[in-house]
Design a protein around this ligand. Sequence first.
Ligand code: GUN
Ligand code: ZN
Length: 434
Amino acid sequence: MTRILRGPLLRFRADPFTSGAEAALGWHEDGAVAVAGERIITVGDAPDVISAHPGAEVASTGGRLIAPGFVDCHLHYPQTRIVASWGAQLLDWLNTYTFPEEARFADAEYAAEVAREFFDLTLANGITTTCSYCTTHPTSSDAYFTEAQARRLRVAGGRTMMDRNAPPDLCDTAQRAYDESKALIARWHGRARATYAITPRFVPTSTPAQLEAAGALWAEHPDCPMQTHLSENPSEIGLVKQLFPDEPDYFGVYQRFGLTGPGSIFGHAIHLTPRERAALAETGAAVAHCPTSNQFLGSGECDVAGLKASGVPIGLATDVGGGSSFSMFDTMKAAYETGQRRGVALSPVHLWWLATEGSARVLRIEQEVGNLEAGREADLVLIDLAATPILAARTARAQTAAEIMFALIVLADERAVSEVWSGGRMVHARGAVR
Ligand code: GUN
Ligand code: ZN
């Protein structure tokens, strides 16, 4: 049966970084999306969509904006309960807050409980796809994928590989990381809507043998994404230099072990040398921009516009729990503010594209999600433009679609996320009892 949702609608016609904001934005005052089963079959102006599907059931959104579900291309579900940890930069923050919490995920029940909490939070914020780091324990990956599958979400993620410079109970070995990751790929990759991401945490926590094992595993499973961290913090970069004095730089270590190329995703990528910037672009590596985290941990500012202009795919990410918010509105706002500090004002179309289609491209799932387009899965959000008094006042005064989008970026929170659909089914309704 075909169902049609009718209301103001936001989608993208192109990449705004190459086409410009105006050409990239598809805005329909009276729009509609027709959904059959899991997928979108038609999108456009309501009269056209309705006449293309006579007999379909038509539901009005009551003025709520129909938009693509947000895609978060880098975060850590095991860090859900350590969001808002005070006073530390990256390496101290990992040792003080992160590793002790991640150690708890040896307990399958604890992992399952946090996975439920995590997806409640992401869905409440309109994030329909996440790409998460799990802990070194295979139980934590199982909990993540099991919960996602119970909710029928499209997700990516993987077991963190880490065999040094972390507490013994969190460390694996090169061989165990390889074996357990390979078993998880067999169990989860391509099952229902799951993608397995090969996940060496970052250079400081892997021996050369483990990085080599990660490279070998990725060579055997090239359709899996490979995610890790790159040049987030100056002390971290100093440590990498100490551990690998013969490599030209941080990215060079990943290059040496076959961990770069299409499908690789580097979180942060802030303090890059000119060689690293060129190598990122040449190899086809992608970047996950984590602006709330970069601010919160005092890491620095990613040059989004510069990297994107050199051809590096970029997506937007909350990086919870280094990131301070599960909200993609907060994250887009932080990306805007990061740009402002660098003298670059990213338009609301650019910001929103990064949080949807941009992230989907980074994960190489843009055939499935990231935009409202015929053939893609019906992952979408209904946004209440009048969720709070200030939002109502500001959106009522907006003259253009871009003004409405920017008002949402700056002023909206989860109160504006009224309804969330995944694969053609409603998976969250604000205020509904679960
Ligand atoms: N680098 C290595 N691990 C982490 C992590 O968990 N969070 C952040 N923000 N950076 C990292
Ligand atoms: Zn991270």
